[in-house]
Write a protein that binds this ligand. Sequence first.
Ligand SMILES: Cc1cc2nc3c(=O)[nH]c(=O)nc-3n(C[C@H](O)[C@H](O)[C@H](O)COP(=O)(O)O)c2cc1C
Ligand SMILES: [Mn+2]
Length: 486
Amino acid sequence: MSGKHLADLSAIIKDLDKRGRLVRVRSEVDLKHDLAGIAAEFEGGGRAVLFENVKGRDHPVFTGLYWSRELLGVLMRKKEAELPGYVSDCIKSWQSKPVPPVIKKTGPVLQVREKTVDLGKLPIPVHALKDGGPYFDAGVVIARDPETGVRNASIQRFMITGPDTMNINIDAGRHLEAYLQKAADKGETLPFSLNIGVGPGLHFAAAAPSEAAPIDTDELGIASAFHGAPLELVKGKALKTELVAHAQYALECEMIPGELDDEGPFAEVTGYYAKRAPRPKVHVRAIHRRRTPVFQTILSGKEVFNSVGLLGEANVLNLLQRQVPGVRDVYFSHGGCGFYHAVVQMKQVREGWSKQAILAAFSAFPPLKMVTVVDEDVDIRNAGDVEWAMATRLDPVHGIVVLDKIFGHGLNPSFPDYLGAKVGFDATRPFPPTYEYDRAKVKKMKLDGLDIAIPEPPAASRAGRKAKPKSRRASPSPSRSKTKRA
Ligand SMILES: Cc1cc2nc3c(=O)[nH]c(=O)nc-3n(C[C@H](O)[C@H](O)[C@H](O)COP(=O)(O)O)c2cc1C
Ligand SMILES: [Mn+2]
């Protein structure tokens, strides 16, 4: 499949619209709290949302591109269960034959350069009730290593603090953190571009974990692998930066090492607020945009599960299949915040490999806190089925691996200062398999053509069923789901 359409968000929005996958909010909506509140009603469903009329601003806001595997499947022209394998193939193709980006003379993002830098004019929402301000949380940062010149792509959240200032949250271990330190060591500032409204090829490149894209590689090439063509960049005008030619907006920014300011709180992917604390200050030197741009924002939650989580999943699958015989599939469960709990499915070929799979998964993706390994007869995308394996096959004395005082994800409250404990559950049946652990099966039957009388459900449950739209049933959001909507 040619993934060219994956390079341009405007093309994607048109494509979703054509396929009945775009909700258009035509009423005027306030950027502060209301926009996120409306978006949350659609979160996890099979349609993205375009806010066409944003109060006090000239341009629309788009959200939801990554919030369900169903929608991602439509976008990527893949079945949901094929997504990790497809993403893993794109990364492997980049690893073996990287296609670097090309620098173009011009591109849609250079259509307009704002005369003055005023972030207050952009349609930047305030999401959760206690968030410290408006945030960019879906933009891709592109910077170059001050020492080696290698490029990096990453996504970070930025809190707006003034017309031309913001503060950035850089988690421990990020490549941008290393770049900032290198700039400090050389006595230089760190220029970078912040690109808003990019296609999923680059979004996934930016979300690729450092275990898949180490610091000495130009991970922008991952976007080229998704597009089937080189990613196009243009040179910045105010600083030594490179902008994404097909982005909706691109900001030229710089950090002056040592400058800090308070950032936060911010409702994070974990379902908790990240604390307010001093974090690096960012100066915005220029704002470029398309003539009619669409601003992209992400509700912290399912959209992150399906981007950071999907990329992590792909990397764990890739590594496990190389290192552990019998590994078939990997899923990062949504109950595990999308990237704290990996469920691994394997067909055991030898005793002890299931525990090896636990260790390999932790090393392939350090944010993981839990790994559960199950046999090939368990549906890893079904929490009930995984629990069945734990309830009936896990030996709590020999099957639980605990790693204490180990580096983990700083946003997880059980890892204060990035330190905590991790746990692996070997919920596979004893090897070689015995009769006692054989899963009972009935014959698979088709109901077509049989004369069966099925009574209508009682009125109460019928009303209850009707209130839930189809898309929501496909991926329910129990914490946020209300009842009806259009
Ligand atoms: C929507 C979204 C928001 C994110 N926010 C942050 C953030 O604020 N800070 C951060 O360090 N990582 C954040 N991440 C994760 C990083 O972008 C991701 O782990 C990336 O691989 C890091 O790049 P690096 O390996 O080049 O350092 C976010 C990811 C997504 C998808
Ligand atoms: Mn990187």
